[in-house]
Design a protein around this ligand. Structure first.
Ligand code: MG
Length: 375
């Protein structure tokens, strides 16, 4: 259960699936006695919040489940019993068993048999061939009304019955057990080669191994208040104006939107994180210089800007005469032709605070492409 799967103990993948399921209230983990301390450390390090108890199991799987059931909260209406060695279980499968168990009392995840199944006699001769469309391979979760599964385990102990799964303990009480669609990905890691198989499943789910399209897009937005006594900087250009944008740096809302679009495209933290306004180093900083830093950061992460498109929303002053200078300044820093920099300006039709001339806002969209450097 502690075998590493993609560098994380298998049990943690399994617990994470239940932890993420809103319908699951608490989790009881049973582990071999000699693993209990290690399991406690690992679970504490992962920060799982739903793991209520970690208890030492018994000599057999069935004993461990019975002991685990004793640690389940009294008021839990349903219990989903799951193998720690099935780390690729999904919320969908867990939920299907919960819904069916709620309705029918007992439900197990299962997949229809692909192979024809033979029942053998003790000498390995075929005793019967059940129809394939009625044979299923069962998995876990196996989910039950709490009272029912506790009763089934009590009766199994009384009768000395040992089953290979929990459902069989319920079946022998004559109670219905519903089969619900599990998943072919929900494999039980049993043999060494299963590790690679389950790692491939998890990687596929994460979208790893998909061809990289080689480009990303991002969007940015910024707004600054207009105040007297500040220069008006927009798109890297000083614009004659009685009022200017208020902020820690030069408050160039257009370039701030561009930087956030570029950073967002690369999946990097935003400008507030890169250049905190609590840092005196950025007091009055030129946003063109900050944009240069962002371009360097992109390159360090294997990206370069492809194009940006900016919309500035300002009631005053008229920005159209300054757009060519903005395009020139921005294209210089981004290292792209001016045809790959779009700058548009619009008013807010006198609507709201921007329309009243209290602030200027800007939106930007940016595309970045893989920065392929020859060695
Ligand atoms: Mg800003």
């Amino acid at each position: 259960m502690l075998l590493p799967i993609l560098g994380r103990p298998m049990l943690c993948h399994t617990i994470a699936a239940f932890e993420a399921c809103p319908e699951i209230g608490s989790i009881v983990v049973t582990a071999a006695e000699h693993d209990v301390e290690a399991v406690k450390d690992i679970i504490a390090a992962e920060g799982f919040t739903k793991v209520a108890r970690i208890v030492p199991g018994g000599p057999t799987r069935q004993d461990s489940v019975r002991i685990g059931l004793q640690a389940v909260p009294e008021d839990a209406p349903l219990v989903a019993i799951h193998d720690g060695a099935r780390p690729a279980v999904t919320q969908e499968v867990i939920l299907r068993t919960l819904e069916a168990a709620y309705q029918h009392g007992a439900a197990v995840a299962a997949v229809r048999s692909i192979d024809t199944v033979k029942l053998a006699d003790e000498a390995d001769f075929v005793a019967a061939t059940p129809p394939r469309d009625r044979t299923w391979s069962v998995q876990t979760p196996q989910t039950f009304h709490t009272d029912l599964i506790r009763e089934a385990h009590r009766r199994a102990v009384e009768d000395g019955f040992v089953g290979t799964d929990d459902a069989s303990l319920v079946e022998r009480l004559g109670r219905p057990v519903k089969l619900v669609e599990g998943s072919r990905d929900n494999i039980k890691v049993t043999y060494p080669e299963d590790v690679q198989a389950v790692e491939a499943i998890i990687r596929r789910r994460r979208g790893e191994g998909q061809p990289d399209p080689g480009f990303r897009v991002g969007m940015g937005y910024d707004i600054h208040r207009l105040v007297e006594g500040r220069p008006l900087m927009l798109g890297g250009v000083a614009i004659p104006s009685a009022v200017g944008l208020f902020g820690h740096s030069d408050a160039d809302a257009a370039l701030h939107a561009v930087m956030d679009a570029l950073l967002g495209a690369a999946g990097l933290p935003d400008i507030g994180c890169q250049f905190p306004n609590t840092d005196p180093a950025y007091a009055g900083a030129s946003s063109l210089h900050l944009l240069e830093r962002v371009v360097t950061l992109l390159r360090q992460n294997g990206w370069r800007p492809a194009n940006v498109d900016i919309t500035i929303i300002a009631e005053q002053p008229k920005l159209a005469p300054h757009i060519p200078a903005m395009k020139l300044a921005i294209s210089d820093v981004l290292g792209v032709p001016q045809s790959q920099v779009g700058v548009k300006a619009t008013t807010n039709e006198r609507v709201g605070p921007i329309g009243a001339g209290e602030a200027i806002a800007a939106y930007a969209v940016a595309a970045i492409v893989r920065d392929v450097r020859l060695p």
